[in-house]
Design a protein around this ligand. Structure first.
Ligand code: NAD
Ligand code: UDX
Length: 440
């Protein structure tokens, strides 16, 4: 099949590359010439394990191409994936300008039947808006070319994106016409395993399914974060509680890790957008989700608050080593990363910070350009120099079994604030550390 993917970010680049990997001819379009240049030069603009090799292999095989040429992209694919960003607007709703622009560009230049696939996370009703935008552009051209609009939300996780796309646990397709459903079945046939993973439903249900999934996962995390704060006060250990409840198959072990708040480009914005859609489009106040968001906003201050409780609310003259900047391990993505709040909390209290992250430092420098009081170290060990304490924000593997003797020797006081519960409290405290984790 010939496929166009519009938007070559985390989702577009992974989707396009995986679709090429199974034999399709794929053209990835982006309006950002810098991204397309990097890709044409053989690099990739993001960090995602395994992606660089896969891109190279498919470019070499002549199945994967990159362009900024909107007209060429609209002609190319019989299937047109829209995978552009839907960032939060000022009021929390999803900003639909990129999706609308992508749809209009398809309508402006398409020739022949197209299946237009909404892969971006979009509010219920977007497929109708995309259909209307394309129809309007066709009308302006005085042509009556047929097309279908399908909702096919993406569930990949950054850091595990290739595996998630190549071996999906479900493929949600929202579709109101048979021709498009057949096309989607054929397209996803190579990604089926053991049993049929494709769940066909109406378009609106598919659009809502994506928000429901992220909202449910965010809810589990905020719930565990609240229980962790409670466990801490009551002298219980949230890790034991997690294992205790996760063993119930009705609950399950996944996404029950307490921490310093969830971040990333999806949970925070999708929870906000769902709250907003419910209020504006349906007049419904989503009380549970409002609480999930509030709890998460507070949880992002939990490390800052613990540090102030230990060292005093005026942190002037104090210096902290910060391990981990990305919103989670195995990505360079800094969107809504908890580290941003921790850094702000520490700097605004007068402290200075030296941060280290295996891959997200370049992104962090874009978030904090020339921030007084914030510096970066080349290694995790170097970050510890002259620090009063170590603060861990991201669960990178290389932070999991450090040389504690070196940490102790370098820190002015042997204090570790662990926002990811990486270590066994007994073990670390036994080595003479003051160990302040989450809910333990
Ligand atoms: P991103 O910001 O990494 O990439 C979006 C890309 O679209 C950018 O490169 C931008 O230049 C490009 N773009 C914008 N307007 C364009 C246009 N008119 N034509 C061509 N290109 C255009 O975004 P992302 O993280 O890949 O997310 C994309 C969508 O997928 C969002 O709706 C997001 O919620 C959803 N999603 C993201 C993830 C994730 O893990 N990042 C997972 C599932 C779903
Ligand atoms: C998420 C969804 O998992 C994915 O299905 C969707 O397509 C996009 O949004 P992503 O944002 O890449 O993926 O990361 P995810 O692994 O879900 O983590 C999101 C945030 O929750 C991170 O900050 C992570 O550290 C945090 N988290 C996750 C916890 O605090 N505890 C957990 O148990 C799991």
């Amino acid at each position: 099949m010939k496929i166009t993917v519009i938007g070559t970010g985390y989702v577009g680049l992974v989707s396009g590359t995986c679709l090429a990997e199974v034999g399709n001819e794929v053209l990835c379009l982006d309006v950002d010439p810098a991204k397309i240049k990097i890709l044409k030069d053989g690099g990739i603009p993001i960090y995602e394990p395994g992606l660089q090799d896969m891109v190279k292999r498919n470019v070499a095989a002549g199945r994967l191409h990159f362009t900024t040429d909107i007209k060429r992209a609209a002609h190319f694919g019989s299937v047109q994936f829209i995978a552009v960003g839907t960032p939060p607007d000022e009021d929390g709703s999803a900003d639909m300008q990129y999706v609308t622009a992508a749809a209009r560009n398809i309508g402006r230049y398409m020739t022949g039947y197209k299946v237009v696939v909404d892969k971006s996370t979009v509010p219920v009703g977007t497929a109708d808006a995309v259909r209307a935008a394309i129809a309007e552009e066709l009308q302006k051209r005085g042509v009556n070319t047929p097309f279908s609009v399908v909702s096919n939300p993406e569930f990949l996780k950054e850091g595990a994106a290739i595996d998630d796309f190549m071996k999906p646990d479900r493929i949600v397709v929202g579709c109101d016409d048979e021709q498009a459903a057949l096309n989607m079945r054929a397209l996803y046939a190579p990604f089926q395993r053991n049993h049929d993973r494709l769940i066909l439903m109406d378009v609106r249900s598919a659009e809502l399914t994506k928000y429901a999934a992220n909202a449910m996962l965010a809810t589990r995390i905020s719930f565990m974060n609240e229980l962790a704060n409670l466990a801490e006060k009551l002298g219980a250990d949230i890790e034991s509680v997690r294992r205790g409840i996760g063993s119930d198959p009705r609950i399950g072990y996944d996404f029950l890790y307490a921490g310093a708040g969830y971040g990333g480009s999806c949970f925070p914005k999708d929870v906000k957008a769902l709250i907003k859609t419910a209020a504006v489009d349906a007049g419904i106040d989503l009380k549970v989700l409002n609480a999930v968001e509030l709890a998460n906003d507070q949880q992002k201050h939990v490390l800052g608050n613990k540090i102030k409780a230990r060292f005093g609310s005026d942190l002037s003259g104090k210096h902290f080593a910060l391990w981990g900047l990305a919103f989670k391990a195995n990505t360079d993505d800094m969107r809504e990363a908890t580290s941003r709040q921790v850094i702000k909390d520490l700097l605004s209290a007068g402290a200075s910070v030296t941060a280290y992250d295996p891959v997200a430092m370049a992104e962090a420098m874009l978030c904090f350009p020339n921030e007084p009081g914030l510096s970066y170290a080349d290694t995790q060990g170097e970050a510890l120099n002259n620090a009063d304490a170590l603060v861990i924000v991201t669960e990178w593997k290389e932070f999991r079994s450090p040389d504690f003797e070196i940490i102790k020797a370098k820190l002015k006081s042997p204090v570790i604030f662990d926002g990811r519960n990486l270590y066994d409290p007994k073990l670390v405290r036994g080595m003479g550390f003051e160990y302040l984790a989450i809910g333990r």
